[in-house]
Design a protein around this ligand. Sequence first.
Ligand code: GLU
Length: 442
Amino acid sequence: MTVTVRYAPSPTGRLHLGNARPLLLNWLFALKHNGTYILRLDDTDAARSTEEFAEGIHHDLTWLGVTPALSVRQSDRTAIYDAAVQKLIASGRLYPAYETEDELERKRARARALNKPPIYDRAALKLTAADREKLEAEGRKPHWRFLLDGTPVHFTDLIKGPQTVNTASMSDPVLVREDGSYLYTLPSVVDDIDLGVTHVIRGEDHVSNTGTQIEIFEALGGPVPTFGHHNLLTGADGEGLSKRLGSLSLSDLREAGYEAMAVAIMAVLTGTSLPIETYESLAAIAERLDFSMISHGSARYDPSELDSLNARILHVMPYEAAKPRLEPLGLADEKLWLALRGNLVRFSDIADLAKLVTGPVESVVEPEDGEFIALARDLLPPEPWDETTWSNWTNALKEKSGRKGKPLFMPLRMALTGRHDGPELKTLLPLVGRTASLARLS
Ligand code: GLU
């Protein structure tokens, strides 16, 4: 099967964790099927789209490890939308309407008062050429509506299974505004046809759009892609994650020091039956994730899970993966990495943790442990040191001092590192070395 997918954000805000879901589900689908991934910027809303947001989107994709084969923006493609408009007008599927927003609101209010659904009454279809001329002479400009054919649209959703959208219960959608600008609905279809998109994977808030858009695909001579609508990420309270939820923007998560992989896994696997755990790569997730695993219920995001996943990813991160990030810190040393990674919560913690080895360390010795620490200093074995040094030393110390358990180990840890917790001393000790250990015990 040849697969072409697209991720189609509007550059009208920063991407957040919820946006990363379709971004990545499309990417995983492309990876799995060796398909083509297109980034399409839906920037027909010129007033709200900005270059800065567009750049932010590119940056977010790169950070997550997504490399589109092609990037397009709708503002460059108006000519093909104009051609599609002409085609729809010629076939009688697009008609001019002249009602103002006020007039439409009054119609809706009247319908509601009569207990009828507030669907557009298609009054514009009854206008004669003379009526239209008269309205235009008054200075009115038309907006353009797509004539829905009103028969239920059936499609088989890749995620949700068989779906029916009843377009008879919908107003004919406006495709072109009176200033000639496009709403999202038509350009999306035209682009999907033009770019050969085979699968449209997007949030389930688009299901009814899909009904309308399938009619438009057909009116333009198709082909109709396969659709898949995924559940949306929500906060713990079940509320959707809006673009305004600043702290969950991908750029904020990046700046807070989260691993791209942790963010990706949370975005994709929350609300699926595939476990939230460490994966080697996005390709490894693509291998294992089948759309049947995406729940039909909600996908509740739990921020504490991101923290623990982030830590777990760091705890098993191979040196080769960490090395390029350790180099600028002057900490590219495999033994050091392996000794410290198990204590990282964020990657940046490495700088502080490395001080446990390189110093300076503020040794802490409680008055009642003074003698014990002096004994420890005297018993410090000669070099060379390795991972057995710690147990040899502490066994000798146990015998001589009669201490065991916490009273044996904690004063040593406090003296050697100045902290109650931290990496295993058996790995740390050989890295610190005898000279520095002696100094810390003095
Ligand atoms: N720009 C639309 C959105 O962000 C795209 C939806 C689609 O994938 O067709 O909701």
